[in-house]
Write a protein that binds this ligand. Structure first.
Ligand SMILES: [Zn+2]
Length: 327
């Protein structure tokens, strides 16, 4: 894997004329998230906000800028992007802009107290043992503490314009994920990353085939043919169309591995996640591993390369049956 460029935290850095990158720390995962400050006529458009409760030094950050932040745009409702929205809005007095679908999911997941229990039920259905599901509830509550999203933002959709940037919908990593494009520059959120690949997971009350959505989004981004794409983590992507193809191939390989994990005996998303990601994972990572296994299983079902077996209690998958067995 390529070595990641070093990041300076909480000091805006110019990555090209009119575009500043602000990198904030994360306690887990890639350990950092990039926000962007896009220069407009009367101020900056801030894209993404880091986690809440991280005491982001907004005053110091704003003091380093030559103009105010006049608008805040959220690419998607994951904690490291939307979690700091309330604090950023308070510090800047700027309105928050978020995708319509993305905000609906944001409110449902982070604005309700029962989501962790709800998602744990769903994991039980997908074969996660009760003790592991219990741990998933706890890790879910921990995440929720870091999310302080902004209520009632201005809602936008694909095709809208935000401060001269065109909004495109790129579902996959999140159902309501939006990216911004102006000329040959893309601000991609977590749709296009390097050297890591974005997690593509299936979740309850979400679109049914997120990997199918994501592969379409990669095609769409490739067709936009940006010169450069700035993402939420890792390095700028300097050959976006090529990176889109690489990531699509990565998922083709993972789909083939997922298919090989299936046979005549039904297997749950939890079981298949062991084949794909190994057995030794802490609860938070198991959560992503199961969701990722399920997104690949559902893609295989959509492609006619696997079958879903569902009853009142469980969801499991088999290889596609060649005979006429009735279930
Ligand atoms: Zn992210």
């Amino acid at each position: 894997m390529a070595k990641l460029t070093e990041h300076t935290f909480a000091v805006p850095e110019e990555v090209e004329p009119g575009i500043l990158r602000l990198t904030l720390p994360l306690p887990t995962g890639p350990r950092h998230v990039h926000c962007y400050l896009l220069e407009g006529d009367d101020g900056y458009l801030l894209v993404d906000t880091g986690l809440g409760l991280m005491e982001t030094p907004w005053e110091d950050i704003l003091a380093r800028l030559d103009r105010p932040v006049t608008r805040i745009f959220i690419t998607h409702m994951h904690p490291d992007h939307v979690g700091g929205a309330e604090a950023a809005a308070e510090a800047t007095n700027a309105p928050v802009v978020q995708g319509r679908l993305d905000y609906a999911q944001c409110e449902r997941v982070w604005g309700s107290d029962d989501w962790p229990e709800h998602i744990a039920d769903w994991f039980l259905r997908n074969g996660v043992p009760a003790d592991v599901a219990e741990e998933l509830i706890e890790s879910g509550h921990v995440f929720a503490d870091f999310v302080r999203f902004a209520w009632n933002p201005a809602l936008v959709e694909a095709g809208d314009d935000v401060d001269g940037w065109r909004v495109h919908a790129t579902p996959g990593h999140a159902d309501g994920h939006l990216v911004l494009q102006r000329g040959d520059v893309l601000i991609a959120g977590d749709t296009l990353l390097t050297p890591i690949t974005p997690a593509i997971g299936l979740y309850p009350q979400s679109r049914p085939d997120p990997l199918g959505d994501y592969l379409d989004s990669l095609q769409q981004v490739g067709a936009l043919a940006p010169r450069i794409s700035y993402g939420g983590h890792g390095d700028p992507v300097t050959s976006p169309a090529e990176r889109c193809r690489e990531i699509a191939e990565h998922h083709d390989e993972r789909l083939a591995r997922t298919e090989r994990a299936l046979g005549a005996e039904p297997r749950s998303g939890f079981e298949v996640s062991h084949d794909l990601f190994g057995r030794a994972l802490p609860p938070i990572q198991r959560r992503f591993a199961v969701a990722e296994a399920l997104s690949h299983l559902e893609r295989l079902v959509a492609l006619g390369r696997a079958e879903r077996r569902e009853d009142d209690r469980n969801v499991a998958y088999t290889a596609r049956s060649s005979g006429g067995r009735a279930f």
